[in-house]
Design a protein around this ligand. Sequence first.
Ligand code: WTA
Length: 650
Amino acid sequence: MVENSGSIEALLQEDRTFPPPEKFRQQANIRDPRVYARARRDPEAFWAKFAEELHWFKKWDQVLDWKPPYAKWFVGGKTNICYNCVDRHLESARRNKAALVWEGEPGDWKVYTYRDLYREVCQFANGLKSLGVRKGDRVTIYLPMVPELPIAMLACARIGAAHSVVFGGFSADALRDRTNDCQAKVLITADGGYRRGSVVPLKQNADDSLNGSPSIQKVVVVRRTGHADDKMVAGRDIWWHDLVKGQPMTCPPEQMDSEDLLYILYTSGTTGKPKGIVHTTGGYMVGAYATAKWIFDLKEDDIYWCTADIGWVTGHSYIVYGPLANGATTVMYEGSPDYPDRDRFWAIVEKYAATILYTAPTAIRTFMRWGEDYPRKHDLSTLRLLGSVGEPINPEAWVWYWKNIGGGRCPVVDTWWQTETGSILISALPGITTLKPGSATQPFPGIDAEILDERGQPVGPGKGGYLVIKKPWPSMLRNIYGDPQRFVQQYWSRYPDTYFTADGAKVDEGGYYWLLGRVDDVIKVSAHRISTMEVESALVDNSKVAEAACIGKAHEMKGEAVVAFVTLKEGVAGTPAVMNELKQHVVNKIGSIARPDDIYFTAELPKTRSGKIMRRLLRDVAEGRALGDTTTLADPAVVEALKKRYGDEE
Ligand code: WTA
């Protein structure tokens, strides 16, 4: 049932445990395990307590209104998340504290205090207003990891416009789909961004996307690399620096209803079409604030660095909103971990004296392969807490991280969550939880998780099943933008009034959660979320392709890699040139993150008698395993032939 069951046994043999180091425990914000019981007794009161720590123009009348699958949190409350992330900190000496520490890949860097951030956000917010952006409008942001990215998000939130950030690694086509889906009025981009020493031509991609994005009226362009000075379109494009010039340095924050739209973030699901996950204001703010505070144990003098890209949800919640709502110092890095050398991350930790580091297992595995010498060159002694996110972390990588980056003194919090959940739902509390490498440990207080079988029965300890969340939580998605039917069908139709995560999981005798991977057609490639269906649609869009089926193949570094099985049209030969053309086609349609590692050409795809492609068998072929049950196939010879041709190479 759970597809990746091959890895369960290995995980469950993991029996090393790591109690919170005494020194860490003594200073931890949360030390009393009774928080779990308190939250269980009265989850609404538990969340409301966090909400009370934030600023509301008008307090809520009701904490939760739950009419499954629709939840409203902090009903009747009026607030503004930008106000809470910026203005709230100006009342104390925090105003002069570093809010954002940014480092560019070439080595340039900037520090914004909370007061600086306030000015920049207000000026840009006024700039957006001058372009006609109003409360309720959508703004697409397609930027590299530059300070203007969080500034633009906060400015949108300030004036009540919803942002839709599109990862800078996505192609023009992918950008166009997302812009059109939400009918954005303004697009914010840059002339380029630096990645591994070269320039990513964002403005070029943006321009390509714009033939076919009629809703976009204005394009704001950040000058980062100096690569588009001659490409500005008169009347449509405006430089960021020209737009903010002379704008007033204050801008009143819009009083947003708790349930007003905050942002849309597109993510991959089980079809070829990405879905716009809808997050609203009050609940999302409380969820991001509470989890950042407790899981990252944030203190006034922390220097917190999350290495994600803001184009993904991790960056939204744990570079921008969570840390800033807490008044923390958040570090942001533009480029790649191996530029100019493989010690770049450790150089950054040392340079800014980072105390908390949050990254993905795929990065940790890469650092492991590069060897201990790179981290050893730097003083990492300021670090006190480490985090992991985005995919299951294998125990070896966990222990390596703990030892070589954390010096054996930093708890490692493995945090499970999704774009849809808005904030972390399963994680250790580092001052309380005894850690087990490879386990995300326990649901956050107030989160009611369970593992169910096909019939909706709890499976009991040690058994694999589907991870579900039984009660609403503040930062949960509210809808899929423009597609409420898909929202209901995708998340709420498997079990009554219960959120279906599409992850497999298992709880051990000690109540620890072990995540086992997706049970749908979503794969995680270097912790990036991709749908195999999306890659298939991109492939069949090529005129040489008759049919395609994609799978995620286990990959030592990336976690999973995209592998495509392709049937070409009559008369087209599967040459290396065609293979390259198809790989490039996927890059053009989606972005390089979706580029297939391998393409296997086949005369036919293995299908059931009802015509369903059996991806499970394709995975067996790609991973060199014995074929699973083939009795439901229309023609078992198809997969036998594939196995013979490709399967035995392993
Ligand atoms: C996977 C990323 C195991 C999971 C925040 C989930 C994880 C998907 C973990 C969501 C983890 C995320 N352990 N698996 N700690 N964190 N996942 O939307 O399959 O990009 O459903 O959100 O990533 O990916 P998304």
